[in-house]
Design a protein around this ligand. Structure first.
Ligand code: CP
Length: 320
């Protein structure tokens, strides 16, 4: 595996889930695979889970992880070509990426959407430069439009907790005070469409995700109707994807607190498990009562981030 962006990169999902189970049961069985290998984890944005789970996964595989926080413990980097660099950016990605690539065997990159220019974000302009200029396998650790390590961990978690062959999984938009990217809902939709689940997306009008991620999923604008009979409720906020109105890209169109997932919402489900990628704003996205309930699986979901990252890194090491 040379890149990890999309569900197709992992190949057969059944095989990937079986491998995840094996990795979770015996995390140190491949320690020799990463001997004398280095992974560079490049962060343009903040993180707890992605940073720590990626480091832990690398250590489990015997690799040396190095974390680089761009703009904090590095020079500020220019990302756009053709600009006069007379501002606060001291170095261009065009030089920084091949230099980083020369010091490591694998690269993971966190680089959020700017939410200003849809074309720039949806072309994955920054991640593409890492692929083009590093010469090394590249993992998206949440880039402008996708968060595949999260979606893979989500699928592993659903597989562990499901009590029927084809569970109903509902991804619901929920309000948030700040404009957030669409990477998590995009990837979750992409992975659920590829999995054997009954997948429904619910959000207020105007929040339609890019059709390439929605795929064959059912979209239901009535949140309560969507949640009826759900086995898993996956809550997430996202800003306007700008599909029907490009001028609204990255904007907050609604802060309707009626969409906060509370006990009344969970009551219409099939005693659903509650999921969220974290970090989560309590009583904005989900009520205290729901996230603190025994049906909340947000912590095991986060723990599975080590497993998903380890499967991806293992496969990349095997194909070096
Ligand atoms: N879910 C997730 O990616 O968390 P962090 O932003 O803390 O890495």
């Amino acid at each position: 595996m040379k890149t990890f962006f999309h569900v197709q990169d992992i190949g057969d999902l059944g095989a990937a889930l079986a491998e995840a189970k094996q990795v979770k049961a015996t995390p140190f069985a491949w320690k020799a695979l990463g001997e004398n290998k280095t992974i560079m984890l490049v962060f343009f944005n903040s993180s707890i889970r992605t940073r720590l789970s990626s480091q832990k996964a690398a250590l489990n595989l015997g690799m040396n992880p190095i974390v680089l926080n761009i703009g904090q413990d590095s020079w500020k980097l220019e990302t756009e070509l053709g600009v006069v660099m007379d501002g606060d950016k001291s170095e261009h990605l065009r030089e920084a990426i091949p230099v980083i690539g020369s010091y490591c065997d694998l690269i993971g990159v966190r680089s959020f959407a700017g939410l200003q220019d849809r074309a720039f974000d949806y072309a994955e302009t920054i991640l593409r430069q890492f692929i083009d200029y590093s010469g090394k396998p590249v993992i998206s650790l949440e880039s402008a439009t996708v968060h595949p390590c999260q979606a893979f961990a989500d699928l592993i978690t659903i597989e562990e907790y499901k009590t029927c062959k084809r569970p109903k999984v509902v991804m619901t938009w929920a309000p948030h005070p700040r404009a957030l990217p669409q990477a998590v809902p995009n990837s979750f939709a992409e992975w659920m469409n590829a999995a054997d689940v009954d997948f429904v997306i619910t959000h207020p009008k105007g929040y339609e995700l890019d059709p390439k991620f929605v795929g064959p999923a059912r979209v239901e604008y009535d949140q309560m109707k969507a949640l009826e009979g759900a086995d898993f409720v996956y809550a997430k906020n996202w800003s306007c994807p700008g599909v029907s109105c490009p001028a609204d890209y990255g904007k907050i169109l609604s802060k309707d607190m009626g969409w906060v997932v509370d006990e009344a919402h969970m009551a219409v489900t099939h005693d659903a498990f509650f999921m969220h990628c974290l970090p989560v704003r309590r009583n904005m996205i989900v009520s205290d009562a729901v996230i603190d309930s025994p049906r909340s699986i947000v912590i095991p979901e986060a723990a599975n981030r080590v497993v998903s990252a380890q499967v991806v890194m293992k496969r990349m090491l095997e194909s070096l």
